[in-house]
Structure formats: C-alpha cells, structure tokens
Design a protein around this ligand. Sequence first.
Ligand code: LLP
Length: 429
Amino acid sequence: MTPRILTAAASAAAEIVAARLEAIAAAAGTPAYVYEAGHIRAAYAQLDAAFGGTPHAIHYAMKANSSLAIVRLVRTLGSAADANSMGEVEVALRCGFAPSEIVFTGVGKRHEELERAVSLGLLAINVESPGELERLAALAADRGAVARVALRVNPDIDARSHPHISTGLKANKFGVPIEMAPALFRDIAARPSLAAVGIHVHIGSQITTLDPLERAAEAIVRLARALGDEGIHIEHLDFGGGVGIAYDGGAAPDPAEYVRRIVGAAGGSGLKLAIEPGRVLIGPAGVLLTRVVDVKQFPGARRFVVLDAGMTELMRPALYGAFHRIDPVRPRPGQPVPADIVGPICESTDTFARDRELLPVEVGDLMVIRDAGAYGAAMGSNYLRRPFPPEVMVDGAAWRITRRRQTLDDMLALEEDSADPKTRKGPER
Ligand code: LLP
C-alpha cells in the first residue's frame, strides 16, 4: 500500500501533497514526523478483514509507536494492545484500553511490573522463563490473585531477517525452548495462582518471507493440540508480529496473505487467534520531514547532503543499516547524482544513505524520509541535547500537531538545576 501523502503520481495531487508538507513544516518546524491516519485505518482494515469469521484479536504492538494520537487511533479501529513495558501498559490504559485488552510481553519484567500487571488483571502476561513463572506464581499467590499467563515459546525458527531483530532462534534471549513448554504448562495448571490462557510466539521483525511465520504458527498449534490432549485448555494463540514492509518500494509480503496463512495453520484449533502487528500498520503511514542544511562536495570526494534530521530522530539506518527511501518534497529538474545523505550528529554512523541517486537539492529544500512511522519517533533520543521532534497527524484534508517539539526546559526539567528559572543564570560564585 502506498502512503498517499507521499507519492501522489498525478501532478495536481502531488502539488497538494507538497503544499501540505510545506505548511506543516512552516507550522511545526523540521525535523518533524508526519503520519497519515487514513493509511493506518486502511492497513488495519485489511488485516482485520482477512481473518473473515475466525475469532481473532489484533494487538497493536505499541513499541512501534506509542504516541497517544496513534494509540488512540488504533483503539478506535477495534484494536487491542501489546505492551512491552509497564510504561506502554500505562499509555494503553490512558488511551482507553481495558486491562482485558492488553497483553504484556518483555524479556526482563521487574517485580513491580509483574505486581501491577497482576493487580490490573491484564489479558495475558507473556511469560519468558521458568524463573519468571515461579516469581509470578509466588507474587499472585501472596495477593490471593490469579495471574493470566501465556507462555512465550522459542521455536528455534530462523526469521531470515536482520540478526538484530530476529528473536526466534535458540541463540536468542527470548522465550523458552518450545520442547520445555509442555512441562511448564503442567506446572502452570498445577498452581492455583496461575491460569494458562495462551501460547505466545514472536520470531522477529521485518520478516519478508511468510514461511517462517507460518512454521512458527504451526509449531504453536501442535503444542496447543498436545496440551489439549493432556486436558490443559488455553484460550488463545498469539503469533506475535513481524510482517515486513517494502522499504525500497518493491515487493513485500501481502499482509492479507499473512493472515490467511495464520488462519490456515490455526483456524481449525477453535482458539482465538491473536497477532501483534506494529510495523505493517504504522511504518508506511509516516514520514520524517526534514530540511537540507548543507550540501558539501570536495574534489575527488563524495557529495554529502546534510539534513537537519539525524540518528537522534531516526535511528534505524545507524542501528541496522536500514534502507529508507528519501525524496525531495518538490523535485527540482535535473538528473539524479549519487550522494551520501547524512544527519548533523557527530559520528559517521549518522548516515541515512550512501551513494544514493538523488535529484539535485539545495540548502533549505524539504525532504521526506519514507516509511518512518514505526520505530522512528519511538526510538528517538536526546543525544547532543537535541529535542524530540514534533509529530503531526494528517487526517483527510486536515492536520494537527499531536506532539509539540520538546523544549530545552522540558529536557532539563528532570535535572538538578541551580539556575534561576527567570534569568537562566547560575548562582553567584
Ligand atoms: N510482538 C513482540 C513480542 C515484539 O517483540 C515485536 C517487535 C512485535 C510484536 C512487533 O513486531 P512488528 O510487527 O513491528 O515487526 N526497532 C526495530 C524493530 C524491533 C522489533 C521488536 N519487536 C526496527 O526498527 O526495525
């Protein structure tokens, strides 16, 4: 699916898009994240419809982007939530999700987090280890509560994605080896303070071939059947997230086909089927809007196009060598020339693209870095005291700033500061 704010082919539509991005840049400044609500709605509807009549739940993976405007929007579409920290659980609650709509995952949950999860009565706590199971059982027993547990299994399946975001191999820190699961489920069933409600699997992210996802689904369906044969009956199968998108504008797995494969593997189980999509819902719906601040080229050296956005706003290229398309908002006439498109940060990894064919650009030109809706704003940092950028939601012909740019005072508010807030001067010495 092509984000409409970005790639309108017809020139009249392209003019509207460019004018809107210019208006946004004028009002919000750059760098800024810009999302399109219509795209998120369409992506959600496509996944949802593909389940047909099969009982299912779509748990939006908040880690992809937990800005209030986005989380509230997906909730209005009928989504449930997948939270990876207590912070995300609290944001989900603030956005109106009921505890019974939230699953809580995380490879290292702290005692207070487990405590809060139990007292809230979340839909499922996705347990990652025998030790965690033990701690959770004790904690729930102390409170006379019953914790709803889904066991996260590691099926030892290669997602064939970037190694930094592959999670389904034995070598990875996630979940328990699937062959240990039956014994652990017996343990859960034997403890009055635990209820076995689900099996959870998540083998990685930005997965571009559906086969590993299908095999992981089949593995947990087999496990559920074996448990059923033993009289251990769960409520849901949670297949995690992971469906990749086409960052290069080429082919990517069809999200509807992904759902059909899940339903094919598990639809006959009679259990509720849950998925935890993040990127596929939000990624293509967002761009990072940025301005060229310098163009430099020395004899015999590369040509550098320096943007006002850097790895502080979008870390994916620095962290994973990730590819994002980058285009001028108003293309200038001329032939593309290779350029290194870089940020302003003081390290060479702050590079969005190397040797990228780029149309002529000049200082001041507005650019978009595409497919930045997921794991963009969410992974931003204040390195170099750079403020978090604003976020803007475009909805039809209207748009609004849903997060203002962080100020220096916002940033410093957490710190001991002896300066007088009125004069900004330190004490006399
Ligand atoms: N469920 C669990 C348990 C997860 O760990 C993740 C992602 C998801 C769902 C959502 O996966 P998605 O549908 O978005 O692929 N920062 C990286 C991605 C890290 C993904 C972590 N877990 C990136 O920028 O590519």
